[in-house]
Design a protein around this ligand. Structure first.
Ligand code: ADP
Ligand code: NA
Length: 336
């Protein structure tokens, strides 16, 4: 039974953005020396809302390229595609029978993503958190680095693990699944939209100006930061002064996350200055930090697709080698 196994994933839904990088992928990189890591491209989650089949494969490569370019070592750790490992779907069915409808009814992300006409949302979108529990538990992972937006889903995964262990205590369930713990690290675990500082930066926002993507070049990054919504006041002299100023707070948070400074240190540097000064400095920093990654991603996607595909193929084999024996044991515990 592992004690330090990490599982996490990103959906191949296109528009991979700065929030995905600062809130997820960058943290994945930092866990490699201390944990055994499985980093998944969760295409089965992606299709809970409609995905063009022709774009899905390209978007899957894009996420894999981002993992590799950001510094995840595919020789030491496992980069793979969810749909290539059958245990995710198989275990998800069993866990669908463990999870309660009332638990899912409390998930706020379903309410957000389903929108007004909830009856028209897919059943998959509704049971998405159960598939996420299966993703983690299929490997008996102990730790899950996620952004704040995924905390509620991770709590559900713990509840599902606990109930499985209890329900099947007599046939070997006791302590079978570890209760996975969240790893929510560093500042800016929540990057907000550049157009509306009260909404999170997201792949699905209709406005391209709402997010910096990992495909943006230096000019696009500078333009989007220049157009980012802020108020006319200069930056405050203290961090407390950012309260109630969502746009300013978000840009300072992004500067802090990219530079490794605290927000207070950023304010010490730029407090009292106009956005006309701060925004170009932020753009320069963003380009400096992102361009090595986006440049390498572009190189791989343009010239080295077969390498990405080889990483995914080997990753699927290794992931399957971990999950298959665990799922065999689950079958026995359940009585299949
Ligand atoms: P999205 O929500 O943009 O569709 P995913 O659901 O694929 O992205 O999430 C991938 C990872 O990126 C998750 O760990 C999630 O917590 C993180 N993430 C997504 N959006 C943000 C954001 N705006 N700020 C910080 N982290 C984010
Ligand atoms: Na998300």
């Amino acid at each position: 039974k592992p004690t330090n196994r990490v599982f996490s994933g990103v959906q191949p839904t296109g528009n991979l953005h700065l929030g995905n990088y600062l809130g997820a992928i960058r943290n994945f990189v930092g866990l490699q020396d201390t944990h055994e890591c499985l980093y998944c491209v969760v295409d089965m989650h992606a299709i809970t809302v409609w995905q063009d089949p022709k774009e899905l494969a390209a978007n899957t490569r894009e996420v894999a390229a981002a993992y590799i370019a950001a510094g995840i070592d595919p020789k030491k750790h496992v980069i793979f595609n969810q749909s290539k490992v059958p245990a995710h779907a198989e275990l998800a069915w069993i866990l669908n029978c463990v999870a309660r409808i009332g638990w899912l009814n409390r998930m706020t992300q379903f309410k957000d993503k389903a929108g007004k006409d909830r009856e028209k949302a897919s059943v998959g979108l509704y049971s998405y958190p159960v598939l996420m529990a299966a993703d983690i538990l299929a490997y008996r992972a102990t730790h899950v680095p996620v952004g704040e937006d995924q905390k509620q889903h991770l709590e559900l995964a713990r509840d599902v693990a606990q109930k499985f262990n209890n329900d099947y205590a007599e046939t070997g369930g006791t302590d079978f699944f570890p209760l996975p713990e969240p790893l929510i690290m560093g500042p800016a675990t929540r990057v907000m939209s550049l157009r509306d500082g009260t909404k999170k930066m997201s792949k699905s926002d209709p406005s391209d100006y709402s997010r910096i993507t990992l495909k943006d070049d230096a000019d696009a990054i500078a333009l989007k930061i220049r157009k980012a919504q802020t108020d006319p006041e200069p930056l405050p002299e203290t961090v407390e002064g950012l309260e109630g100023r969502a746009g300013a707070d978000n840009l300072v948070g992004i500067y802090a996350a990219l530079s490794g400074l605290s927000k207070a240190e950023v304010i010490a540097k730029f407090g009292g200055r106009q956005f006309g000064v701060f925004k170009p400095a932020l753009a320069e920093l963003a380009v400096e930090k992102l361009s090595p990654i986006t440049g390498e991603m572009k190189r791989m996607l343009d010239q080295d697709r077969s390498y990405i595909d080889a990483v995914l193929a080997s990753g699927a084999e290794r992931a399957n080698a971990i999950a298959a024996p665990i799922y065999s044991r689950v079958r026995e515990i359940v009585g299949f």
